[in-house]
Design a protein around this ligand. Structure first.
Ligand SMILES: NC(=O)c1ccc[n+]([C@@H]2O[C@H](COP(=O)([O-])OP(=O)(O)OC[C@H]3O[C@@H](n4cnc5c(N)ncnc54)[C@H](O)[C@@H]3O)[C@@H](O)[C@H]2O)c1
Length: 327
């Protein structure tokens, strides 16, 4: 991982815990596997603790690490650094994706509740009214979170956490996920629905599927067109899942609303209307862990490391057979 990531991630408590669990040189933080320091460290390593900025663990890195048996990732996706060669070697892999899912789900819950309450609209109209009296109950007659219908795309780590957070509210939740059966959907607090029904019937649709070849562009122009007037699309997953041109056209028309933490491209050009449209809440890919939330990912990774040192299976293993449906 990048040295700056290591300093942000590992506070004094995490460092102490790490020293208790394994033999580790805390000042050897690698972001290049080809340097003499890296070669010396790899020659002895049985487990790599990885993080943002880890280079690919390819054949050459593995040749330099003959004793390596496990990779414990302190962030979400391992796709930037786990290679085919790791699976061929039988390396065990885990990640802190479940811990990273927590803040994304919190962001999503807040976005859903504020979308239904029409908070952006109310803020703008109140500001424009500039001290004038208005009948807010009449103007916001469509607002509120009672018996609204929410569509969740993907019972992923994030999607499952969102479903859990939604459970205390008076909301009707639909779920679309080809890897989930109707009974499991019910256990998760939702009813399984095909995408066309979910888009046509929900007040808010929130996207939580991974970006893999089969999900790119899955939120098509036709699905967006099926959303009811005034509905809100939330995307904290990846911009590539959505037909961005079609979404932009719908948003410019003002027919629907969006909360977008991710876009295509990322970062959007300065000329993009999404920066200033009143019906769009655009954030710079901040839903995942940041600041103090990094410590949650570190703690999760250390728990996994502890299991590994005790010969206990990882709580959240990354499996090669699930690679094409994992973020
Ligand atoms: N905005 C951020 O800061 C941020 C942070 C973390 C994750 N993410 C994104 O959130 C999304 C979810 O991440 P995760 O770690 O929970 O994913 P994950 O790896 O847990 O998701 C895998 C699951 O997604 C579901 N899925 C797969 N294909 C699907 C499809 N076609 N339709 C519906 N569901 C499908 C399956 O249940 C699968 O098991 C990803 O796109 C990820 O990149 C964004």
């Amino acid at each position: 991982m990048r040295p700056a990531v290591a300093s942000a991630l590992l506070d004094a408590e995490a460092r102490r815990r790490l020293l208790d669990l394994v033999d580790v040189e805390l000042d050897v933080v690698l972001d290049d596997f080809t340097t003499p320091t890296a070669r010396t460290a790899l020659a002895a390593a049985e487990v790599l603790i990885t993080g943002w900025g880890c280079p690919p663990i390819d054949e050459a890195a593995l040749r330099a690490a003959p004793r390596l048996r496990a990779v414990v990732h302190t962030a979400g996706s391992v796709k930037p650094h786990i290679t085919e060669a790791c699976w061929r070697r039988g390396i065990e892999v885990t990640s802190a994706a479940s811990a990273n899912a927590v803040p994304v789900a919190e962001y999503t819950l807040a976005a859903i509740l504020f979308a239904n309450k029409r908070v952006l609209f109310a803020r703008d109209e109140y500001r424009a009214a500039h001290g004038r009296e208005d009948d807010w109950h009449a103007r916001l007659a469509a607002a509120g979170n009672y018996r609204r219908r929410i569509g969740i795309i993907g019972a992923s780590r994030v999607g499952r956490r969102v479903l859990e957070l939604l459970s205390p509210f008076d909301l009707d939740v639909l779920l679309s996920d080809p890897h989930v059966d109707p009974a499991e959907a019910v256990r998760l607090g939702a009813r399984l629905a095909p995408l066309p029904e979910l888009f046509a019937r929900c007040d808010v649709v929130s996207v939580h599927a991974p970006q893999v070849p089969s999900t790119e562009g899955m939120v098509s122009r036709a699905l967006l067109a099926a959303m009811p007037d005034g509905a809100t699309l939330i995307n904290t997953a990846r911009g590539a899942l959505i037909d961005q041109q079609a979404l932009q056209e719908e948003l410019v028309s003002g027919r629907i609303n969006a909360v977008l933490d991710v876009t295509t491209p990322e970062v959007l050009p300065a000329s993009s209307p999404l920066y200033t449209l009143p019906n769009v809440l655009l954030t710079p890919h901040i839903a995942g862990s940041m600041g103090g939330e990094l410590a949650r990912m570190a703690a999760f990774a250390l728990d996994e490391l502890q299991r590994w040192t005790q010969g206990v299976p990882f709580l959240d293993p990354i499996l090669p057979e699930a690679w094409d449906r994992t973020a």
